[in-house]
Write a protein that binds this ligand. Structure first.
Ligand code: PLP
Length: 341
C-alpha cells in the first residue's frame, strides 16, 4: 500500500476533522453584512475576549486582516515601521502601497525580531520632507525568522516607545497562538501591549478559512467599511466562523505537539552531512540551509519520491512546517527519508 502523503509545505494545508465539520454543519447562521450571523459574532467576541480586547472582525484571510488594520491606522504620505522580511511587506503583494498609499521603514531584525531601540530610531521627526510615522507593526511568531518568538520584555519596551510617540502598535499574529504556547506568555498581555492583533485561524489552528482582526470597539467599527470595499463582506459566514470557534476551543493546546515534533526534526537535520545550518527551532517552523553538494531541487525531489512535500524557502533554503495533519508516525517516516540512504 502506498504511504499517505506527508505535506510539510505549510500549516495551511490541514483539512477540517469530522468534529470540526460537524460544528460547521450545525452552526446557526444569518447574513453577516447585516450583522445578523450569531456564529460570526460569537467567534469575534470569543477571540477578542481571549486577548482582553473589545471587538473582532472576521475576514477571509490574514492578508485581509493585516491590510485592513494598516489602512485603518495609516493615511497616504505616512509610513509603517516594520521588519524587512515581514509578511505585511514581503508577502502581501505590495498591499501597503496599493491599499493604503503608505511608505515603509524597513528594519533588519534578528530572525525577524526588532528591538525597542531600533523602532524608536526609525520614528520620523515631524518635517515637511518626511513621511509621518503612522504605525509600528510586529510579527510574532516570525515566519522568515523560522518561527521565532519575541521576549515579553522587548514587546513591552516597544509598546512603551509606541505610546510615548502616540503611534499605534499592530501585531501580525498569524501564528500568535504558537508564540503563546511556546513561551507561556498570556494572551491578555498581548491585548495590553498591542492596539490591534491579526490572528489566523487557518494556520496551526486547523480551520479551513479565516482570520480575525482584534481591537477596540471604535477601531473595529471603522474597519467594517474597509472590509466591505475590499470585497470581504461575507453573508452566511457562520459556517466558516464555526470552524474558527471549534479551533480556538480544541486546537490551541495541541500546538505544543507540533513544536515538539518540529524540534525533533530540527535536531535530526542538524546531524545530516548535507545540512549546512538549521535555524533554532522555537515553534512549528523548521528552516534550514543545504550544503552546495545537495542542490535544493534534488533534495525536494528525493523527499517527493517518499511521498513528502516541503517548500523551497530561498536559495538552498528549505522550510518544514508541522501541523495538525502530521503525527508521530509521519515524523518517523520523515526522519527515515532524511537519512538519504
Ligand atoms: C499566513 C500568514 C499571514 C496571512 O496569510 P493568508 O494566507 O492571507 O491568510 C500573515 N502573516 C504571516 C506571518 C503569515 O504567515
Amino acid at each position: 500500500m502506498m504511504n499517505s502523503l506527508i505535506d510539510l509545505r505549510s500549516d495551511t494545508v490541514t483539512r477540517p476533522t469530522s468534529a470540526m465539520l460537524e460544528a460547521m454543519f450545525k452552526a446557526p447562521v444569518g447574513d453577516d453584512v447585516y450583522e445578523e450571523d450569531p456564529t460570526v459574532r460569537a467567534l469575534e467576541q470569543e477571540a477578542a475576549a481571549r486577548f482582553g480586547l473589545e471587538a473582532g472582525l472576521f475576514c477571509p484571510s490574514g492578508t485581509m486582516t493585516n491590510q485592513i488594520a494598516i489602512k485603518a491606522h495609516t493615511e497616504p504620505l505616512s509610513e509603517v515601521v516594520c521588519e524587512q522580511n515581514s509578511h505585511i511587506y514581503l508577502w502581501e503583494v505590495g498591499g501597503i502601497a496599493f491599499n493604503s498609499g503608505a511608505s515603509v521603514a524597513l528594519l533588519p531584525g534578528e530572525r525577524g525580531r526588532l528591538t525597542a531601540a531600533q523602532v524608536e530610531a526609525a520614528i520620523r521627526p515631524v518635517n515637511v520632507h518626511y513621511p509621518t510615522t503612522s504605525l509600528i507593526s510586529l510579527e510574532n511568531t516570525h515566519n522568515r525568522g523560522g518561527g521565532s518568538c519575541y521576549d515579553l520584555h522587548e514587546l513591552e519596551a516597544i509598546a512603551e516607545v509606541a505610546q510615548r510617540h502616540h503611534i499605534p502598535l499592530h501585531l501580525d499574529g498569524a501564528r500568535v497562538f504558537n508564540a503563546l504556547v511556546a513561551t507561556g506568555q498570556q494572551a491578555t498581555d498581548y491585548g495590553r501591549i498591542f492596539d490591534t492583533i491579526s490572528v489566523c485561524l487557518s494556520k496551526g489552528l486547523g480551520a479551513p478559512v479565516g482570520s480575525v482582526l482584534l481591537g477596540s470597539k471604535a477601531f473595529i467599527q471603522r474597519t467594517k467599511r474597509i472590509r466591505k470595499v475590499l470585497g470581504g463582506g461575507m453573508r452566511q459566514a457562520g459556517y466558516l466562523a464555526a470552524a474558527g470557534l471549534y479551533a480556538l476551543e480544541n486546537n490551541v493546546d495541541r500546538l505544543a505537539d507540533d513544536h515538539r515534533r518540529a524540534k525533533q526534526v530540527g535536531a535530526t537535520l542538524a546531524l545530516q552531512p548535507y545540512v549546512d545550518e538549521v535555524l533554532p527551532v522555537e515553534t512549528n517552523l523548521v528552516i534550514f540551509r543545504l550544503r552546495p553538494e545537495m542542490p535544493a531541487d534534488q533534495f525536494l525531489a528525493r523527499l517527493e519520491e517518499q511521498g513528502i512535500k516541503a517548500a523551497s524557502f530561498g536559495p538552498q533554503m528549505i522550510r518544514f512546517v508541522t501541523h495538525l495533519d502530521v503525527d508521530d508516525a509521519m515524523i518517523t517516516r520523515l526522519e527515515d527519508a532524511l537519512a538519504m540512504r
